[in-house]
Design a protein around this ligand. Structure first.
Ligand SMILES: NC(=O)c1ccc[n+]([C@@H]2O[C@H](COP(=O)([O-])OP(=O)(O)OC[C@H]3O[C@@H](n4cnc5c(N)ncnc54)[C@H](O)[C@@H]3O)[C@@H](O)[C@H]2O)c1
Length: 455
């Protein structure tokens, strides 16, 4: 196929597009490209997922706009499939399969396998775009050599680009259409073709750069977030030890015109923030520079849920002289985001269960329980509990009337409200009759002999 023909087909939205991987990123991207007018084949190796999509049902039911788009476009110009025959002769293939972290480095097994599939089904002179997160230099050192080893010359036989995805679950359609996009292009023509494709559904700016810059930008964005959260978390841990409330410290420090400290919490989760900093760390270390700040930030953030499991365990034992009942409220890694992946609440729950407590879990958005006892009714989850541990900042929690909540718990004796996301006003919680404990506050408020738990 001539370059000009492909450019014309993409501009006219007549190109046949296949998207490999129909998860959090691949499905909404397929639907948006289909909505723009292209014929899109959504391929996944997970047969059950394809069966569900073919019936119009998706695990992203809580994602605004996705169920509606699926039902509207399925069978019209969006076709979920696990049959490779449907993909042959694609003009464009997008890859959105997982690139998880392995034990000591990125695990690119699924990406390589999807790339092999893409090279097998794309027509000669077609475009392949990788959306899956790549570690730095993977495009140059792994992807290009693999493509060339198949006898394809990049820039003539095939066009190739890396367009890292940075959308947030919970706001996928909004972010996929409105975020600024980066295209890391193998050559000028690949960049131009990818840009025309993305312009069909992206309203934000699109910038074409070299692949290594695109790899770095994606990873730097998430590492920036992780390091800044780690700073807030470290200050919170310090405040607990030194006997001062982080809430007040942050509020006043942030009045400085050049300070913007984030809100500390029980940890960091999600599929990207827990992985991307490690991609940077591993590859940079391999090539001779060890990024200590990035590694330490990861360690601080991933240590937070274990620290609070220890705090809660200690408090319950002091309060009850043994094990207790802990209601863990909010299981997702972020408020109002229906995504349980890599949630810091998971190790917190598991640790409390391991220590022998009865752990009830409640989340309005997901049905995971992380090894606790899942309770679907909020009032049932809190009734009679020794501790209410708020671990996700869902809007529904922020609206709670704490006096009514204390009555709903309904037991005599002390009840701990553990505020893992700084949702409540301490005085209001105490007036409502709770023993208020939070991230970044000394625990000695419970009992003067109780000091901060050490590492
Ligand atoms: N979810 C996010 O918030 C997010 C944000 C930005 C970037 N990313 C990146 O996007 C990529 C995809 O992530 P996701 O969250 O959509 O993953 P996901 O797990 O939700 O979906 C990936 C899908 O790919 C399928 N798959 C695996 N191997 C395949 C193959 N060889 N051929 C076809 N399908 C295959 C899986 O069955 C799965 O359904 C990852 O690299 C991730 O780091 C994700």
């Amino acid at each position: 196929m001539l370059y000009e023909d492909l450019e014309t087909a993409i501009k006219a939205r007549e190109a046949k597009v296949s998207v490999l991987g129909q998860g959090y990123i691949g499905l909404p991207t397929s639907l948006l490209i289909a909505r723009a007018g292209f014929t899109v084949y959504g391929f996944d190796v997970n047969e059950e997922l394809i069966r569900d999509l073919s019936k119009g049902s998706t695990k992203l039911e809580e994602e605004k706009g996705i169920p509606e788009l699926l039902r509207d476009l399925k069978g019209r110009n969006y076709f979920p499939t696990n049959d490779l025959d449907d993909l042959y002769g694609s003009d464009v293939v997008l890859i959105a399969v997982p690139t998880p972290k392995g034990r000591n480095g990125p695990d690119l097994g699924m990406l390589i396998s999807a790339l092999e599939t893409a090279l097998g089904v794309v027509r000669r002179g077609g475009l392949v775009v990788i959306e899956s997160t790549l570690p730095p230099r993977a495009f140059q050192d792994l992807i290009l050599p693999l493509v060339e080893s198949r006898g394809m010359r990049v820039g003539t036989d095939i066009y190739l680009a890396y367009c890292p995805e940075r959308a947030l679950p919970g706001k996928l359609i909004q972010e996929l259409t409105q975020n600024f996009r980066i295209i890391g292009a193998a050559d000028e023509r690949s960049g131009r073709l990818a840009k025309i494709l993305y312009e069909s559904f992206v309203e934000g700016n699109i910038e074409i750069v070299d692949p290594l810059t695109a790899e770095m930008v994606k990873l730097v964005e998430n590492s920036f977030r992780d390091v800044n959260i780690a700073f807030a978390n470290e200050i919170a841990r310090m405040c607990e030890t030194l006997g001062v409330d982080v809430r007040r410290v942050r509020e006043l420090a942030n009045k400085h015109p050049r300070v913007n400290m984030l809100i500390p919490g029980i940890g960091v989760g999600g599929s990207c923030l827990t992985k991307d900093p490690w991609f940077l760390y591993w590859i940079s270390r391999e090539r001779g520079y060890t990024p200590n700040l990035i590694r330490e930030s990861r360690r601080i953030n991933s240590g937070m849920p274990y620290h609070y499991a220890e705090v809660l365990d200690e408090l319950v034992r002091r309060l009850r002289g043994g094990r207790g009942t802990i209601a863990v409220l909010g299981l997702t890694y972020k408020g109002d985001v229906p995504d349980p992946r890599e949630s810091p609440v998971e190790p917190l729950v598991k640790e409390l269960v391991k220590r022998g407590h009865t752990v009830r879990t409640y989340d309005p958005l997901i049905d995971s329980s992380f090894g606790g006892e899942r309770i679907s009714d909020f009032l049932e989850a809190v009734r009679g509990a020794d501790v209410l541990a708020f671990t996700a900042d869902h809007s529904e929690f922020k609206m709670l009337d704490l006096k009514k909540l204390r009555r709903a718990v309904g037991k005599d004796g002390p009840v701990i409200l553990f505020d893992g996301r700084l949702l409540f006003d301490p005085e209001e919680a105490e007036e409502a009759g709770f023993l208020y404990i939070s991230v970044g506050r000394p625990y000695s408020i419970l009992d003067n002999s109780l000091v901060t738990i050490k590492d």
